[in-house]
Design a protein around this ligand. Sequence first.
Ligand code: C2E
Ligand code: MG
Ligand code: MG
Length: 710
Amino acid sequence: MRPRRSSLQWRFGVAIALLLLMMLVLTLALWFRQTHGERETVDIARQSTHALLIQQLRESGKAQVQQLVDSLTNPLYYFDLEDVGNQARDALRTPGVAYVLVYDSEGRILHDGSGTIPAYGRPMQDPLAGRIVAADAMLVQQEGRTLDISSPIRVGEDRLGGVRVGYSMDSAARAEEQTLLGLRERLSDVNRVSLWWLLAMCAGLGVVCVLGAIALQRMLVEPIRMLGDAAREIEQGNFSTPIPSVKHDDELGDLTRAFEHMRDSVARHDRDMRRVAYSDALTGLANRLAFRAALDQRLREMHGTGGQLALLFCDLDDFKSINDTLGHEAGDDVLVQTASRIEHAVSMLGGSDAVVARLGGDEFVILLEASPGEGLNELATHLAETLVQDLASPLMLHGRRLVLGTSVGIAVFPDDAINASQLMKCGDIAMYQAKFDGKSCYRFYSRSVDEDAMRRLRFEQELRGAWERGELSMVYQPIYRTQDRALMGAEALLRWNHPQEGAISPDVFVPVAEQSGLIEEIGERVLLASCTEAAGWPELPDGTRPFVSVNVSGRQLRSVGLFSQVSRALQESGLPADRLHLEVTETAVIRDVAHAADLLSRLRNLGVRVWLDDFGTGYSSLNHLRRVQVDGLKIDRSFIVDLLEDAGDLALTSATMAMAHSLGIVVVAEGVEQRGQYDLLRERQGDYVQGFWLSEPLAAAEFARLLVQA
Ligand code: C2E
Ligand code: MG
Ligand code: MG
């Protein structure tokens, strides 16, 4: 991996390179200093050698000249020129002597050591001559590269003349050069050795740096980089990532161990958080998130294997009323008990791979799995049957027995859906189908009911708040006395003016409202609105006041709140109880006869009249009529339609009327569309009639106008 510009490794590399560069520069500087020093040393040596040699030349010259003075005194005194010449020649032969001049007291040359003495008798005229002739003592002078030493020669006070010897300094210079050459050679030897030492030191330091860098890389950079990599892995949720094992008991070891502890604790927190995030706090079952994850995984595994999955979507029937009437704590209790029943059933029948989850509210889901040919449908059917049966058995809630049903929808992968959200949707739709088919049952998903169910689902959502938005309103269909067609009252009918779809029939939306529980809220408003409207209706010509007949759904009948709702509506509107009629269907009554009988009798005690609606369409026997006290029967439209053609319908209607009269119950015929039907009903002594032939349902204001005209 190439180190990044900001990484530790990069910075160490740069620092070491700088160190090496610095060492190189230092070595070069040292080397330069040394060469310079060598030159200085040679210069100093040259100067001192030079001075020394000159000094030597001077001393030896002075000694030789003194010796010459001594040996020349006599010959000069006696003017023995030959001896003078011998002495001069001998002196001239001495190495380094350039000339020898013997002169008289006037400074004239007597001998120069040569054989012919060409300069004999000539005065010395060189620049040094003046001082030499005048000097009283030995005189040393330098002229160019020659050292001139002269001395007067005397006998007593008499000055005989003098001698002058010129020493050439060339040989001294040569000797000086010789000496310096040796010195230079020695010095450069020493220098070379020093350079080698320097270079060796430099190389040694370089090696130390590189080794240091490697050690640093191994001991610090590499573990830190690995810790960084591990941290990134942990961030990705990979808690099993290895952490560099540093055994040393140093700061890095501490850091690594702390890092390891941190990883373990993060992993622990992650596990805890997942547990919380993936489980339902109330029931301890898997939650929606966990279920979706499990479903997605199963679907991935199933892909191409030919295996099947079944999704059972369970929804408690009428759970909302438990929450509303007994409180949320009781609701929670019901959910916990339901969850444990479901878990038990699944553990007995669902196989080891089954998943149970609570999606929220009163919705539970179960996922079953089967290999090809294992009969998943049978398994799902068996489990659904068991669940419906088990969950219908009474629950004990704070000493109270409570009976709840469950509707189960089943969707199968890959027959109904091939992905998770589709499968969930199909299960949901199938569950709704089970609800529509009377609840406490199970249904397999079927494509044909899909659209219908979707529409109902949509309606359910749109129906919420429809009253507040003013989309729901009441119309009133007049009800007449058969005898004289006198207007007696009206049936209050609910209307939904949907913003997009226009008027929607109550036959469509009332079941939706009922299934979703919305009817309880809407029904309460219907009651109050109808009572308030009726309270303002004027007196009829016979002095009585018109009644209003309000439809009450099965669900309202089963709920505990109906009695108080009715009392409240009467109280708030000021409508006398005997002018309110409640229409209940016989199927609603049959579901729980005991409860219905009790509630209806309490309502009748208030003074409210109860009419049995849609009479003849259910399976009620006359037996029920004896147990449930009602004030009237509304013979269903379907009997009236064929009254003129179908002798059977006529017979049934007549028998019903006769039977009702014998029990003191009034009979209302609804759906009268033809004059003939009306006539026939009047002939058979029906009490009241209602139908399009007489009047269609009218808006409140129109009905009020009709009353005034009556
Ligand atoms: P229902 O209680 O049997 O109401 C009578 C239905 O028959 C009304 O239909 C009415 O318009 C219709 N009808 C009356 N005369 C004739 C006729 O001569 N020919 C034909 N073909 N039909 C006639 P609507 O208003 O569509 O109501 C349908 C059902 O919706 C009602 O049947 C009732 O069960 C339910 N419903 C209506 N309003 C309410 C309400 O406020 N609460 C409850 N719970 N249910 C309601
Ligand atoms: Mg009705
Ligand atoms: Mg009816």
